[in-house]
Design a protein around this ligand. Sequence first.
Ligand SMILES: O=C(O)CCC(=O)C(=O)O
Length: 247
Amino acid sequence: MFGEIKAADVAAELRRTGIFSGLTLPTAVQEEIARFANETPCFGNFDRRIEFLASEHAEAEQRFGRTILSGHHFDRIVRCEAALAVQKDPLLLNVAKHCLGGETKLITTRTWWSFPTKTASEADLSRASFKFHFDLDDWRMLKFFFYLSDVDADAGPHVYVRGSHNRRRMKHQLTLLVGHPSEEVLGFYGEENAVTLTGKAGTGFVEDPFGFHMGTLAKHTPRLMMEAGFGVSKPSKRRYHGEPVIR
Ligand SMILES: O=C(O)CCC(=O)C(=O)O
């Protein structure tokens, strides 16, 4: 699916900076997953009681009387052949094996919307990965992300701090507090190392999620994202966002 890109080159860049950003999905694949995500009801704020179509986001906020920042398709994703084809593409597994070793396996696949909303409180935002954090789901992991909608600076781009995957400040390492203030993280790693990932629908990147990263709030248009995660341990409850766990 990804042409001439070599797993060893991607892995080398991942080791160096924690992120590789040169992946592009074939248009037909991106369109098929986006069609699925538009036509399939999603679940708001990780809550299966809040079920709605992305096009009805504003009505859903009214109907459920609350701010809805995200909409996950959870296990419904297994009905989408194109998404399964992405997660099974040999480049993904090869990159993961280069980085994590031979035991590596696919552990999560999810698609979700991030919605612009006028009513988000500070508490909503800190719950929703909008602060710099690193993932603790497994002790070694890689996450592939693909934008399925165009993502510019106002559409909730993902931000990654290059180099933060292998140089952790003791204070950050020891704290279980998930979100860290931007000034503190960027003060330590350098503003110049924060990469904001924008791109057309189909743009993909892979990161070492032990590096600091965050989503940002979509200001005008919803963002549709797919993630395929690889790890080395058995699936644990901690990594369930309700997405299918592949054994
Ligand atoms: O939505 C995003 O861009 C960030 C997702 C994230 O932080 C995560 O999967 O850990």
